[in-house]
Design a protein around this ligand. Structure first.
Ligand code: NAP
Ligand code: MG
Length: 405
């Protein structure tokens, strides 16, 4: 008897090599055990073009309706893609569209295996980066200053108040940038982080550059502190968990000296950069889980890497690829586990656990994709490079044993 589901999981299919893996993961690892009940949205670029990107909006709204989604990597079009896919427009990043609709915070956690040692010797547990996914430099206005002149920052209130401040007097050409964020978005960022820390039972760190940015970054710091004091302090203390704020320079030094095992909340840009640093130091982007958590408690699970275009072109030529499916498998297991928890389906939760265990045990037995072979450090177990499909089958044989135990 296959495991039955109660509520549909929102399935967002994607592009290129990850789309190929998506199908294989379903066939080889999921469908033999779970009677998959999904609401399917095809976010591949041709369908986004055909629907004028309505499919992305529909998928995000379905995520809001049902609560849990799993998303495949998708192409974010650039000029070259517009030509390649004969697009009528350079459609926006689907991840950006989904984040704008759901709001919230992206949590990224490295997947650790025995045999791949982090570049930082002291790290024994994963470090989760919580990245604010709204505003700042990503929504900034910029001016290329052409000549001498004065730049001012001006706010005009609805009720007529005007606040104006001189930014700089230019003697000649230069550059200028205006950034913003909103209290409402920072508040939901803070709440998502506190909730996530409680759900993981881990400490929460938060860092900005408030000593230099005395109003902007300071506002982030104050909002976090207010929400902590008013809504979370007791819950954290009851669990012996810690929330602490520190300057980003200090945080970077502490993170490197730490043992890991905590959540590090960061503003949008800091989170973008630090998540690449942390994931690389732990191993690779293909060994990283990523979940968007909205303030209303909606979850979207995805892989942090892209569509692995270079491998896809090899695949199209009929060549074998050794593409790492781990992040995509963990997107599925994360989403199925969450669905199981919300719908009270212990068999589905157990299946998600088994799928993750089987995946890690396969790698720990030395069977892995090419990207991991170079990172392997164990000498007692030789690393064997498998192609994409054989790697999934190697996981399936272990999963089968667990499901039938
Ligand atoms: P990418 O797909 O992440 O791949 C970059 C390189 O990293 C690959 O060529 C490969 O290196 C390695 N790599 C990444 N994931 C891997 C995996 N699972 N297994 C093995 N190797 C892996 O990034 P990209 O080439 O810059 O972007 C490709 C497309 O993905 C773009 O159209 C971009 O818009 C899109 N993208 C989507 C998302 C998303 O939907 N979340 C995120 C980022 C990018 P080797 O070639 O050396 O083996
Ligand atoms: Mg980045």
């Amino acid at each position: 008897m296959k495991i039955q589901m109660k509520t549909p999981l929102v399935e967002m299919d994607g592009d290129e090599m990850t789309r190929v893996l998506w199908q294989q993961i379903k066939e080889i690892l999921l469908e033999p055990y779970v009677d998959l009940y999904t609401e399917y949205y095809d976010l591949s670029l041709p369908i986004r073009e055909e629907t004028k990107d309505q499919v992305t909006v529909d998928a995000a709204n379905a995520n809001k309706k049902y609560g849990v989604a799993v998303k495949c990597a998708t192409i974010t079009p650039n000029a070259q893609r517009v030509e390649e896919y004969n697009l009528s427009q350079m459609w926006k990043s689907p991840n950006g569209t989904i984040r704008a609709i759901l709001d919230g915070t992206v949590f990224r956690t490295p997947i650790m295996v025995n045999g791949i040692v982090p570049a930082v010797r002291t790290w024994q547990k994963p470090i989760t980066i919580a990245r604010h996914a709204f505003g700042d430099v990503y929504k900034a206005s910029e001016i290329r200053v052409p000549e001498a002149g004065v730049a001012r920052l001006v706010f005009e209130g609805e009720d007529g108040q005007v606040i104006s401040e001189e930014i700089a007097a230019f003697e000649g050409p230069g550059v200028l940038q205006g950034q913003f964020n909103k209290d409402k978005s920072i508040e939901s960022f803070a709440r998502s982080c506190f909730e996530y820390a409680l759900s993981k039972n881990e400490d929460l760190w938060f860092s900005t550059k408030d000593t230099i940015s005395k109003k902007y970054d300071h506002r982030f710091k104050d909002i976090f502190q207010e929400i902590y004091d008013n809504e979370y302090k007791e819950k954290f203390e009851a669990r012996n968990l810690e929330y602490f704020y520190t300057l980003i320079d200090d945080a970077v030094a502490r993170v490197i000296r730490s043992k890991g095992g905590f959540i590090w909340a960061l503003k949008n840009y800091d989170g973008d950069v630090m998540s690449d640093m942390v994931s690389t130091a732990f191993g690779s982007l293909a060994m990283m889980t990523s979940v968007l958590v909205s303030p209303e408690g909606n979850y979207e699970y995805e892989a942090a890497h892209g569509t692995v275009t270079r491998h896809y072109y090899k695949y199209l030529k009929g060549e074998e690829t050794s593409t790492n499916p781990v992040a995509t498998i963990f997107a599925w297991s994360g989403a199925l586990r969450k669905r199981g928890e919300v719908d009270d389906l212990p068999d589905l939760v157990a299946f998600a656990d088994h799928l993750e265990e089987a995946t890690l045990e396969t790698i720990e037995a030395g069977e892995m994709t090419g990207d991991l072979v170079g990172l392997w450090t164990r000498e007692d177990i030789p690393a064997v490079k498998l192609n994409s499909t054989d790697f999934l089958k190697a996981i399936a044989s272990r999963l089968d044993a667990k499901q039938n135990a």
